[in-house]
Design a binder for this molecule. Structure first.
Ligand code: AMP
Length: 390
């Protein structure tokens, strides 16, 4: 009998990422990984099959632009490579109702559409492939996995904004995001450092989207993100936490419309806004422009600040993990961050850090820091395989 296969789809506003996994007795094993980038303008399809080291690229061009057309292309392509038994989707917001992965039916799709106002820049794109697949393959099992779900264990003080109760009842709460990444790191940490996996860890997910999470014994205690994925650390183009008065000032004194403010908060701020150059950490690191230095300094300062806050809510810290594009690849950001955190017990090993080794602190360091590449798709595949096994 052919092995069962799971397709994982992670649909964003401008890209469609996907993986194909084979179900095995020791968990899902990835067979294909790929993406369609620039889907709104000039889509480019790329995929790596099996042990291929380089991805094969195909320019789809303007004729394929748009979510629907790209999705169709992807589903046909997947159909040619495997008979898919189940699909897993990354869905950014599960709201109050969904704190576990769910098998999707039409009622669930409706409920998830109701959460679009809480994540207007992510949720609509996450739901498109679910709807498309249920139209094309009505019998296919589809599982939605939520970025908010891992944070359901947060203490109740961490979930409340200090706002009137009626607003909390309307769903205005601190949810937290990047949960599939944190869940994966918590799972992987059991292999990398089983003692730390039982202890208090600060995980820094530093990519174009960036957040940090306090995890104690594998469970979330608090994180830097709140109602939306715009809170907390500065990101590639998002501001992160602001004085709420800034929004009122922009609206009242600067006469900025809601749309303009949203554009500033989500697309013109963060590393891009501070530097005046780019959101891309690689380019910032190479740049001699003073704005680039400023952007990195502010980013690191906020990370260090949040280390302090997250340690405090756990009553201490036993170790740290860096992950995602910047966390996995920027030895500069890790070095600058940990150099300012010696008081917590970190002693950086410069050579290990420069080599992106798994452990980047010295043998004498009081507490360890690790670099662990995240894999949200694999986490989703684990959830789907667990549901398939029931
Ligand atoms: P992600 O959203 O997780 O894909 O992360 C994207 C971010 O990671 C961008 O800011 C990239 O510039 C950054 N990044 C990727 N590779 C490197 C690298 N080798 N050095 C520094 N930053 C990197």
């Amino acid at each position: 009998m052919d092995p069962q296969t799971i397709a994982v789809i992670n649909a964003g506003s401008s890209s469609l990422k996907f993986s194909l996994f084979e179900v095995t007795s020791s968990g899902p094993v990835r067979r294909i990984r790929g993406q369609i980038s620039e889907i709104n303008t000039a889509p480019v399809f790329s995929a790596r099959i099996g042990s291929q080291t380089a991805a094969r690229e195909q320019i789809l061009g303007e004729a394929h632009a748009g979510h629907q057309r790209c999705l169709h292309y992807l589903l046909e392509w997947l159909g040619q490579h495997a008979q898919v038994h189940a699909a897993g989707h990354r869905v950014v917001h599960g709201g109050l109702a969904f704190s576990q992965p769910i098998v999707v039916d039409s009622a669930a799709i409706k409920a998830l559409e109701g959460l679009i106002p809480l994540a207007p820049l992510h949720q609509p794109y996450n739901l498109e492939p679910i709807r498309a697949l249920s139209r094309l393959y009505p019998g296919l099992m589809q599982v939605a996995c939520f970025d908010t779900a891992f944070h359901a264990t947060k203490r109740k003080e961490a979930r409340r904004f200090p706002l009137p109760r009626a607003l909390a009842d309307a769903g205005i709460r601190r949810y937290g995001f990047h949960g599939l990444s944190y869940e994966y790191i918590a799972m992987k940490l059991k292999e990398v450092d089983p003692v730390l996996a039982q202890g208090r860890t600060v995980v820094a997910h530093l990519g174009n989207g960036a957040s940090m999470c306090a995890i104690h014994g594998g469970k979330a205690v608090d994180s830097t993100m709140g109602l939306t994925a715009a809170d907390g650390l500065p990101m590639g183009t998002r501001s992160g936490a602001l004085d709420p008065g800034v929004l009122l000032f922009m609206a009242r004194e600067l006469n900025m419309s809601l749309e303009t403010i949203e554009d500033v908060l989500y697309r013109q701020s963060g590393l891009k806004g501070i530097s005046g150059l780019t959101h891309d950490m690689r380019l910032l690191e190479q740049s001699q422009h003073p704005g680039a230095r400023d952007a990195i300094d502010v980013f690191v300062y906020r990370i260090q600040q949040q280390f302090g806050a997250l340690c405090a809510v756990m009553g201490g810290i036993d170790g740290a993990v860096f992950t995602a594009g910047i966390g996995e690849n920027s030895s500069l950001v890790r070095r600058q961050t940990l150099r300012g955190l010696g008081w917590l017990g970190f002693e950086l090993d410069d050579t290990a850090n420069a080599q992106h080794a798994t452990r980047i602190t010295t043998a004498n360091s009081n507490i360890p820091a690790y670099v662990i590449p995240t894999d949200e798709d694999l986490m989703i595949a684990h959830h789907v395989q667990n549901i398939l096994a029931v």
